[in-house]
Each structure stands twice: as C-alpha cells, then as structure tokens.
Design a protein around this ligand. Structure first.
Ligand SMILES: *Cc1c(COP(=O)(O)O)cnc(C)c1O
Length: 397
C-alpha cells in the first residue's frame, strides 16, 4: 500500500484524523490477511451482488465500428453499478473493526444508495449527508436511501452540494470515531482510502483478465473506462497495468466545453492542488478555489480525481482524454440500439469516445468497462428532447 503515488496522495488532514487514519490502515492490513472476512465478502459478491459479471462480446457494436469490443458488464451488478463492490467491502471491513455505524456523503446520490444497500444487508446503522441542492435535484435517490433504511441528513450550509456534505460527514466521523466508519465512494481522499477502494474494485480487473484470456487466448489491445473520482477505472486497469502492451484509456467528462470551463475534466484541464485531504490534479481558479464542475452525468461531476490517476497521467501509462456531453449521448443511443443495453451516462462517455476515435481502434480488441446501467438517466435524456416524437403523438391523440 502506497502513501504516495509519485508526488500525489498523502494525508492533508487535522491531527485528530491522522490518528484515526493510522488505525484504519492497520485494521485494513489485518483485514486483507483474514480468511473469514474475505470469505464473507466473496460470498456476498457472488450470491448477493451477482459476481462474476459477464464479459460480453458486443458483435453488433463491433461490426458497426470495425473493431472487436468486449463489454465488462458492471451494469449487471446488483443496484446497477460498480459502486456496490466498494460499499460491501468497506462495510465488511467496518464490521471487522467492530464498528456499528457508517457515515457517508453523497452528491448525485448513487454512492449514498450503494452505501445504504450494503448497510441494510449487513445490519449497520447508516447516516448519509447530502447537500440540500443535491437532495432536491436527485429526489429518486433520496427516496431510495430512505426505503433502504438510511438516515439522510440534509446539509443546508455552504455550497449545499457535495463539498458541504463531505465537511459534515468528516465532522461526524471525528466525533464518533469509536463506533463509526467513514465510507468513501471513490479512489479519493487521504491515504489509506484510495488504496482501500482500489483493493475492493480490483475484482473487476481480475475477472476481466481471466475472462478475456479464456475467450480470446490473448490480452486485449486496449482497456477503456470513464473517470469521475476514478474507482471503476482503477478497478479494471489494475488487472492489466503490468501488461505493458495493453493500452489503457481513461475518459473524463468534457461537458459542454473545455474552453468555457463547463466540464469536469480534472486530469485534462486541472492543476495540482489539495482536495479532500490529498494532493492530486483538480479544477481550481487562479486563487485556488475549487471550480464549479459540469457534466451531463452526475457521477462524473467531481472537481478532483484520485491521486493514482494523477500519477498514471504523468508517467504516461494511462492516456486520458475527454468525451463531450453530446458525444456521450451518441454513445448512449448507439449501445441501446445495437446491443439492447442502456448504459449509464457516465459509461456512455467511453462509447462516445470510441465512436469519435474509431479510426484509431480499427480491428483492435478492446475491453470497455460498462460501469453502470442507464435507467436512472431517462429524465435527463427526456429533457434534451430524445422522446419528442412519442410525446407529440400522446398530445395529439
Ligand atoms: C459513480 C459512478 C461513476 C464514477 O465514479 P468512479 O469512481 O470514477 O468510477 C461512473 N459510472 C457510474 C455508473 C457511477 O455510478
């Protein structure tokens, strides 16, 4: 486990938290060696969450783009995205540490729902902090969390979005650390969180490697994933990172425009700074204030990125690029039409990128990490007019 990836990462937190993080680091080391705890996790991943997820050869999409595309189906994981790998893992870790209570923050609500899901399953008390603005914008996820038995505390301070929710969750954690584990949702935050989340998501890469070798008898040319905080990408990359001939691509949200600053491309457009207790690339103004971010997909709407990605960018091992909102929508439509799979808007960034750059991938074998399913995104798609024809018919009847 690495405290730093190159110059990135670290623990830029108060002294009280340093002690708490040390305790977490030690417990996690023990957890990794503990047969019983790991068996428990494996069992839930298999029988509850539905692992291994399939690696599916997308025949129609492949012939349309003149490539060979294999889709890693994290959209089929229970609750509809890869996030459950991490929340199940961390809640079993919390139990292992003797904790009885989970706190988390959520922006779009997807991490809150995945946390509440695993907490319900494992009988943990669960408190989720959510900014007032986000709670209003993401009402279905708010209701899901309530149904799953979580206590949602609406934060009516500061920006009333993710940033204020993080502050409140951290405050709660410091105050109640004896009983409480703080469950971070991506490979971000102070050490050891990026390593813990990467460990729990590495199951994606392990499976994908085993599956492609079995199906193809060879490694793929490229592996591509979308990057918000970066956990699904680190998860699948970890299976291939030591295979130097496998090209790795991380796709960020280009939003509406890079020039106008309406995006959330921390690696492509950010500068090095400190956010959530770690050094990484992040979007900030000339005074170091965190910038407003924009993406059509709520899950990519984050001003920073995990420290390991910053390192992988600098070393050149992973190529990072952007996909714009409009291109992601093309990807969303194409996969739905050609394969009968409605992808999450987050994952659609990978498909949009492939469509735009298809010349680069001619006849190549590619693994696409499909991080989640897109049912949740239908209201957004409706807003941009995709269903105008059917709505018109209904009005005219
Ligand atoms: C949350 C989410 C993401 C972004 O998070 P990462 O940590 O970058 O993986 C991507 N896709 C889906 C479906 C999500 O829910």
């Amino acid at each position: 486990m690495k405290r730093y990836f190159g110059i990135y990462g670290g623990q830029f937190v108060s002294e009280t938290l340093i002690r708490v993080l040390k305790e977490l680091e030690e417990a996690f080391r023990e957890f990794k060696k503990d047969k019983k705890a790991n068996e428990e996790l494996k069992n839930y991943l298999k029988n509850y969450a539905g692992r291994p997820t399939p690696l599916y050869f997308a025949k129609n999409l492949s012939s349309s783009l003149n490539t060979r595309i294999f889709i890693k189906r994290e959209d089929l994981l229970h609750s509809g995205a890869h996030k459950l790998n991490n929340t199940l893992g961390q809640i079993i870790l919390a139990k292992f540490m003797g904790k009885k209570r989970i706190v988390a923050e959520t922006g779009a609500g997807q991490h809150g729902v995945a946390t509440a899901t695993a907490a319900a399953l494992l009988g943990m008390e669960c408190v989720v902090y959510m900014g007032k603005k986000d709670a209003e914008r993401q009402r279905p996820n708010l209701l899901r969390m309530k149904l799953l038995g979580a206590e949602v505390r609406i934060v009516n301070k500061g920006s009333m979005t993710l940033k204020s929710a993080i502050n409140e969750a951290l405050r709660d954690w410091v105050k109640n650390v004896k009983t409480t584990h703080y469950l971070i949702g991506s490979v971000v935050g102070p050490y050891p969180f990026p390593s813990i989340v990467a460990y729990f998501q590495s199951v994606i890469g392990k499976e994908a490697k085993r599956q492609i070798l079995k199906m193809e008898g060879a490694l793929p040319d490229s592996v591509i994933a979308c990057v918000g905080g970066g956990s699904n990408a680190i998860g699948i990359f970890s299976g291939f990172i030591n295979d130097k001939n496998v090209e790795l691509y991380g796709i960020e949200a280009g939003g509406e425009s890079l020039e106008l600053g309406k995006h959330s491309a921390a690696l492509t457009k950010g500068r090095v700074g400190i956010l959530h207790g770690a050094i990484s690339y992040l979007l900030q103004d000339e005074f170091g204030q965190i910038s407003k971010v924009h993406s059509i997909s709520a899950g990519l709407d984050y001003p920073g990125v995990g420290p390991q990605h910053s390192y992988l960018k600098d070393t050149g091992r992973v190529k990072y690029d952007v996909c714009f909102d409009k291109e992601a929508i093309e990807g969303f439509k194409l996969l739905s039409r050609l394969e009968g799979i409605i992808p999450a808007l987050e994952s659609s960034h990978v498909l949009g990128y492939l469509i735009k750059n298809k010349h680069k991938f001619q006849n190549k074998t590619i693994i696409v990490n499909l991080s989640g399913r897109g049912d949740k995104d239908l209201p957004i798609i409706e807003n941009i007019g995709l269903f105008d024809d059917i709505n018109k018919q209904l009005v005219n009847l």
